[in-house]
Each structure stands twice: as structure tokens, then as C-alpha cells.
Write a protein that binds this ligand. Structure first.
Ligand code: G3P
Ligand code: CA
Length: 323
């Protein structure tokens, strides 16, 4: 029975004869600094299927929208709180209260070493005034915009580094589930995906915390040190079969589905689909194309051709135009 239900869900979510989902990765970072309410508002107007966010915890147990457990690549924390770095020289969100984080100014993602922005042609670093949003602010903005614009844009949420949070005596999985529940995201039919790079953590969410939400296993490279998860193992047929027991889909790196050098089909999507897993690769960027792609349209066409079910993109407007 469980297998039949899983197959039904896969058929509903997979894009046979449907266009791939457009997932606004960190909202609209091609145009405004990632993970700000301004970027989310702009992205909503581009009509993606989902707005994607990453969340981490603060010292006083709030969830804030940040890609990293650190604050220093996207805010002026080093200037504002110069004495608050750890011995590794980094500033951690978990060492600050929400009130303190709210006093920071968010800027375009920049290199720690050089201070230069990661993508030179994106929003000028330091211009205007942006803040780190709380999860509550973000969801209320999304749901409010859905109401007034008569849309049903979903939430695609990633909780970061559960093992790091646990070492710091924080239970990020529980907090995320409770917060989502309080905003009506509680069931597999709700318009939300919950994603994580850590397989043990996702299994805890499914089996111990009994979440009914649609879970997505993110897949990286072991060399990234993203978590203790063995991604080489997860990428095998056996690994994918195991994932299909607790998740509805996978979020692989774009080069796992399109060969790094040629852009050809790696066969990975077929293997995932054979295990009833939808595939949402990350991240399609018009200003950071794979070497083989002549332009962004070429990349999007290649992704569609190999059968993706959705794509994380920094350019939701261009992906929406295409799909
Ligand atoms: O969540 C999908 C994608 O965002 C994973 O990569 O590092 O941008 O969170 P990252
Ligand atoms: Ca993410």
C-alpha cells in the first residue's frame, strides 16, 4: 500500500508532459541581494512555482533566512560587532540574537578574502538598505502576496547544517517543523518541500518526528564537506532506492545530471525516476554557465531534454519565460 501511495505521489509531482517547476533559488538574487524580503517580493512577481529559502538558528532560537551558518559574507557583521568572532575568525548567526541580527545591513554576497562581490554584475554591494528576515516575516510576505496576487506560489525550504546546530544544543529540525505547522504547512498536499543535505537528519524528520511534508534529499559532493552524508553512495541505484523510502525527490548538483564537459545526459535522472524520485537540480545561473552552454536558453533546453522535474535558478524570470 505504501509503495502504491509513493508511486501516486511521484506521478503527481513528476513532469511527464508537464513543464519543469521554476524554483526561485534564494528568491531573485540575480537582481537583488539574496534572501531579503525585497528579493522575495521581486521573485514573487516573476511567478515561479516556489520561492526557495535556507534557514539557520539564532542564539535566542529564532529561524532566520540565511544561506550560511555564518553572517560575514552577506552582512556588515565584522564592522558592527567586531569583537564577536569565534577563534576561526568567523561570525556565526547562532551567537547572535534576532534583535542583534536585525541591526545588520545585508549586502550582495562577497568574498571574505577580497571583499569583492561574488557576481560582479549583480546588485552593487552596499547600495540601499536590506535586512536579514526571520522565517515568520518571510512566510507572512509569501502568503500575503499569494492572497493579493491570487497566486499559490509554494515554499521550498532548506534547513542548514543540523549536525552543527545539534553540537550547539539546538534542534533545528523540530523548530522548523513547528514553525511550518503554525503557518499551515503540515501535510504532503501542502505547497511546501523541505530539503536538507544531511540524510540522517531527513530520516529523523520522517521516522522520528513523523513529518508528512514532502522531503527532498539534496546531493552534493563528498569533497564539499557539507555534511557527513556519503553522496557517492546516495548517487548509486541502491542509494536512490534508500532515499525513496523517506523522500519524494532529490536535489542534485546540475553537473550530476548534465556532464560537466559535454553537457550530455549522465543517465542520473532516469535512475532517479526508476526509483520514483522527482529531480530538481541546482543551480541554473545565466551569469555562471557551464563551459559547454552557449547561453542560458541552451542550458535550460538541455535540462528539459534530460527530463528534470524542476530547477533551482537565480533567474526565475528567464526560466519562467522558457518553461
Ligand atoms: O537547495 C538547493 C540548493 O540551494 C542547494 O545549494 O548551497 O544554494 O543551498 P545551496
Ligand atoms: Ca538551498
Amino acid at each position: 500500500m505504501k509503495k502504491i501511495l509513493a508511486l501516486c505521489l511521484f506521478l503527481t509531482l513528476s513532469c511527464a508532459n508537464k513543464s519543469p517547476l521554476v524554483i526561485a533559488h534564494r528568491q531573485a538574487p540575480a537582481y537583488l541581494p539574496e534572501h531579503t524580503l525585497e528579493s522575495a517580493t521581486l521573485a514573487h512577481g516573476m511567478n515561479p512555482d516556489y520561492l526557495e529559502i535556507d534557514v539557520v538558528m539564532t542564539r535566542d532560537n529564532h529561524l532566520v533566512i540565511l544561506h550560511d551558518i555564518h553572517l560575514d559574507t552577506v552582512t556588515n557583521v565584522a564592522k558592527k560587532y567586531s569583537t564577536r568572532k569565534r577563534s576561526d575568525g568567523r561570525y556565526y548567526a547562532i551567537d547572535f540574537t534576532l534583535k542583534e541580527i536585525k541591526k545588520l545591513r545585508v549586502h550582495e554576497r562577497s568574498s571574505l578574502k577580497t571583499g569583492k562581490q561574488r557576481y560582479a554584475k549583480r546588485f552593487p554591494k552596499g547600495n540601499s538598505h536590506f535586512q536579514v528576515p526571520s522565517l515568520e516575516e518571510f512566510i507572512e510576505l509569501l502568503q500575503g502576496l499569494n492572497t493579493v496576487r491570487k497566486k499559490d506560489i509554494g515554499l521550498y525550504i532548506e534547513y542548514k547544517s543540523p549536525a552543527f546546530h545539534r553540537r550547539n544544543k539546538k534542534d533545528i529540525e523540530k523548530l522548523v517543523l513547528n514553525k511550518l505547522k503554525s503557518y499551515g504547512y503540515n501535510d504532503q498536499n501542502d505547497k511546501v518541500f523541505l530539503q536538507c543535505f544531511d540524510d540522517k537528519s531527513l530520516k529523523r524528520v520522517k521516522y522520528q518526528l513523523k513529518s508528512k511534508l514532502k522531503l527532498v534529499q539534496l546531493i552534493g559532493e563528498n569533497s564539499w564537506g557539507e555534511s557527513k552524508t556519503d553522496y557517492d553512495k546516495l548517487k548509486t541505484a541502491e542509494g536512490l532506492k534508500e532515499i525513496s523510502k523517506y523522500a519524494v525527490g532529490i536535489g542534485p548538483w546540475i553537473h550530476h545530471v548534465l556532464d560537466h564537459k559535454s553537457g550530455g545526459d549522465t543517465g542520473f535522472i532516469k535512475l532517479a525516476h526508476q526509483n520514483n524520485l522527482v529531480v530538481h537540480p541546482y543551480t541554473a545561473r545565466a551569469d555562471d554557465l557551464p563551459k559547454w552552454a552557449s547561453n542560458f536558453d541552451h542550458l535550460l533546453s538541455a535540462l528539459e531534454k534530460v527530463g528534470i522535474d524542476g530547477v533551482f535558478t537565480d533567474f526565475p524570470d528567464l526560466a519562467r519565460k522558457k518553461y
